[in-house]
Design a protein around this ligand. Structure first.
Ligand SMILES: C[S@@+](CC[C@H](N)C(=O)[O-])C[C@H]1O[C@@H](n2cnc3c(N)ncnc32)[C@H](O)[C@@H]1O
Length: 227
């Protein structure tokens, strides 16, 4: 049995379950959005692992993070987590090529709490183009936290843009960094997403711009700290 699995996955082993039971803290809105996504949204396994979201919230709260990049919105679970963690004047920029699932499943639930909802700036379009627009707009060095969870082919590009947009001491979480364990098997690295994630893990490990650690948390979480 794989030890790489999100806690809501029935295949998750008892150690993952135990760790999650002693990690995950969800507000009622988060629990509602998770239930709605797993029950009714298409491709529900894209939902961010709650243990990763809680861990990210802990980082944001511990260092007083205010401005967050959320690359890959889907139904909005990660954007909601970050919006709950940043203070009243905090901002979450969440990017997705298509916000249909966010509008259908996320907005009706998240908008029940106006003060949380108003912190979220939902930007529809190519995340890479939108991150480049922020850089061109002079916003480099102004973000505290980035969560990368969109198309795997662009992971390395999202990481580079996030390093640029983060301030010194800012933190990046790269989700799905173990890709169900497939990155560990050289024979499986012929698949496009597996190869892209493996190459990005190598790149982060060797990157002089950050300190980092690859964790077996959720589907793998590569954590990088900007020097
Ligand atoms: C794994 S889901 C994100 C899950 C979400 N972060 C959460 O915690 O539930 C990945 C999302 O990336 C989006 N995506 C794929 N390619 C993209 C691109 N080129 N630019 C922006 N978003 C993209 C997909 O539409 C999808 O909604």
């Amino acid at each position: 049995m794989s030890t790489v699995a999100k806690s809501y996955n029935e295949r998750a082993d008892p150690v993952v379950g135990y760790c999650s039971e002693h990690t995950v803290v969800q507000s009622p809105l988060q629990a509602e959005l998770q239930k709605e996504t797993l029950g009714n949204a298409p491709m529900s396994m894209m939902l961010g692992a709650p243990e990763v979201l809680t861990f990210g919230q802990n980082f944001i709260r511990s260092f007083g993070g205010k401005r967050v990049l959320d690359v890959g919105t889907y139904t909005g679970a990660s954007a909601l987590a970050w919006a709950l963690a940043v203070p009243e004047d905090g901002e979450v920029f969440t990017f997705d090529i298509d916000h249909t699932n966010y509008k259908k499943f996320g907005v009706p639930i998240i908008s029940k709490c106006e003060k949380t909802f108003k912190k979220i700036h939902a930007i529809e379009g190519s995340a890479l183009e939108e991150l480049d627009k922020l850089i061109a707009d002079g916003q480099s060095g102004t973000f505290d936290f980035a969560f990368i969870d969109a198309d795997k082919a662009n992971y390395s590009n999202y990481y580079d843009r996030s390093v640029t947009l983060l301030r010194k001491g800012g933190v990046i979480f790269v989700d799905n960094s173990l890709w169900s364990g497939s990155v560990c098997n050289p024979e499986k690295r012929t698949d496009g997403s597996t190869l892209a994630i493996h190459e990005m893990n190598d790149k982060i490990y060797k990157d002089d711009r950050t300190y980092s650690a690859l964790l077996n948390l959720g589907d793998g979480t590569h954590v990088a700290f900007k020097k």
